[in-house]
Design a protein around this ligand. Structure first.
Ligand SMILES: [Zn+2]
Ligand SMILES: [Zn+2]
Ligand SMILES: [Zn+2]
Ligand SMILES: [Zn+2]
Ligand SMILES: [Zn+2]
Ligand SMILES: [Zn+2]
Length: 484
């Protein structure tokens, strides 16, 4: 008995729990059922309202009293934007004469049954939110919204009366809307369809800009209306051409391939100039021909010519008149013994005494090109002498700045070309200004120079400055060393 009583207690508890669970499930299902059916009813109500509104719109005659639009007429786009647009989840747009607010009374007027189940009556003295329908008579769209009655106070409560408005007149519906213009009513400007915007082809190849081909290209064009955009200036590059040995260039845009026009042509003659290389060894062989416009350049050998400069010497130079570079100075040569120079064709007079055709003095260790013809105490001066015939060393006397150059400083390998280095000793006074020199000598057969040589063959003098301190010179050398 005890046992069976215990079993019945357990089964009672299980039964109670099951009952509670089943009840809870039933309640859950029930409330969901009620929620679903209510929203289903609400949708039905909206569709009934929508039919009533659309029917009224179909029946109505503009500006007549027959079948007027009912409701609170929203006659102001500002009120519409401010109060009603925020209450609707989808985008809505104001249009004159079609937007109304309906409450129970006006909904009944349109023939809707039992509207009070879903919307309320507008009573200006009632301060709480009321449910109303916002309707668009033109489309039949109905939106159930919550609003304060006071928000309706600014609206025309047209319960009945003529329907205000006009039928919109759309002109040229075939061509509008287009890329930039909307389709709109020719009378009131109501926009039915917004402009479409340009459509661009992603693969648009840049083309010269119409009307400004010479200066710019565009990289976007609307595939509908042809409107061009994305203008930018051409990025020209030159192409060099050689035709019948003459130089030409043309220029094209690397982006759109537009070819620049020179008048009616697409190419023009180069503007040729000639310049010399920075490098001394290169300068002695070649000049550089280049186009000042396109920058094309080639290095070409000098067009060699010779011209007489003295009884003993001629000059080797470039015949090209844009160049004219003097390459070197040298003694006349007469290999065929006709008393004319084989190279410059000038008369050769035979002299028994030596001709010192080249006598050049420079600073032996210049720290720059301009320092070549400047010197201070402590510097070495170098003097180069080139004679047309051999000189007897014992007869060669060289005096620089009043000091006799010792015999062992007279260096030669053939007795014609002499290289002399002379130290400007700080212990011996040297006057400021051009460094004076004096050269006398005799040929191997003992014929003396008719007069001492005291001026350089290239006309360039080395200027001595005894006031420049030696220390400064040393510092300058240091600074140059640091840089390199
Ligand atoms: Zn219109
Ligand atoms: Zn377009
Ligand atoms: Zn271009
Ligand atoms: Zn050129
Ligand atoms: Zn040249
Ligand atoms: Zn000559």
């Amino acid at each position: 008995m005890r046992d069976s009583k215990g079993i019945s207690m357990i089964s009672l508890i299980v039964t109670v729990i099951c009952t509670i669970l089943l009840a809870a499930m039933a309640i859950g299902t029930g409330s969901r059922y009620i929620r679903e059916s209510r929203s289903k009813d609400r949708a039905t109500f909206v569709s009934v309202m929508s039919n009533a509104v659309a029917k009224r719109h179909a029946d109505t005659v503009l500006n007549s009293l027959a079948y007027p639009y009912l409701g609170y007429y929203i006659n102001d786009s500002v009120i519409f934007e401010k109060i009603f647009v925020p209450k609707v989840s989808e985008p809505i747009k104001y249009e004159n004469g079609i937007w109304y607010v309906l409450d129970t009374a006006t909904a009944r007027g349109l023939g809707v049954k039992e509207p009070e189940k879903y919307i309320e009556t507008i009573d200006i003295s009632y301060p709480e939110l009321v449910k109303v329908a916002l309707v668009d008579y033109a489309t039949g769209n109905v939106y159930l919204i919550d609003a304060y009655a006071s928000e309706m106070s600014g609206l025309d409560s047209v319960i009945s009366g003529p329907v205000i408005g006009h039928d919109h007149r759309y002109v040229d519906e075939l061509n509008y809307p287009n890329c930039t213009e909307p389709l709109k009513c020719a009378d009131c400007g109501f926009i039915l369809k917004e402009s479409l915007g340009h459509k661009y082809d992603a693969d648009q190849h840049p083309e010269p800009a119409s009307g400004d081909e010479e200066n710019a290209h565009y990289n976007r064009q609307c595939i509908v209306c042809g409107m061009q955009g994305g203008y930018e200036p051409h990025d020209f590059e030159y192409v060099h051409l050689i035709k019948n040995d003459l130089w030409y260039h043309k220029s094209y845009c690397v982006i759109c391939e537009y070819e620049k026009k020179y008048g009616i042509e697409t190419e023009e003659r180069c503007t040729e100039v000639i310049k010399l290389s920075e490098s001394e060894s290169e300068r002695s062989k070649n000049h550089i021909r280049f186009c000042r416009v396109c920058g094309y350049s080639v290095s070409e050998g000098h067009d060699i010519g010779y011209r007489r400069i003295s009884e003993s010497m001629h000059e080797k130079y470039c015949l090209n008149e844009l160049c004219g570079h003097t390459i070197t100075r040298e003694y006349h040569v007469d290999a065929n013994n006709d008393s004319k120079c084989d190279l410059c064709n000038s008369e050769i007079v035979s002299y028994s005494y030596p001709q010192l055709g080249i006598v050049e003095m420079v600073n032996a260790n210049p720290i720059s090109e301009e320092q070549k013809y400047m010197a201070k105490y402590g510097d070495n001066i170098s003097l180069k002498i080139v004679a047309d015939k051999a000189i007897r060393k014992e007869t060669l006397e060289v005096i620089i700045a009043g000091q006799k150059v010792p015999q062992d400083a007279l260096v030669t390998s053939d007795n014609k070309t002499w290289n002399i280095t002379f130290y400007l000793n700080p212990n011996v006074a040297i006057p400021n200004g051009n460094i004076a020199f004096r050269i006398t000598c005799e040929s191997l057969s003992g014929v003396e120079l008719p007069a001492p040589i005291t001026s350089p063959s290239d006309g360039k003098r080395v200027v001595f400055d005894g006031t420049a301190p030696m220390i400064q010179y040393i510092q300058k050398v240091d600074r140059v060393d640091e840089k390199e």
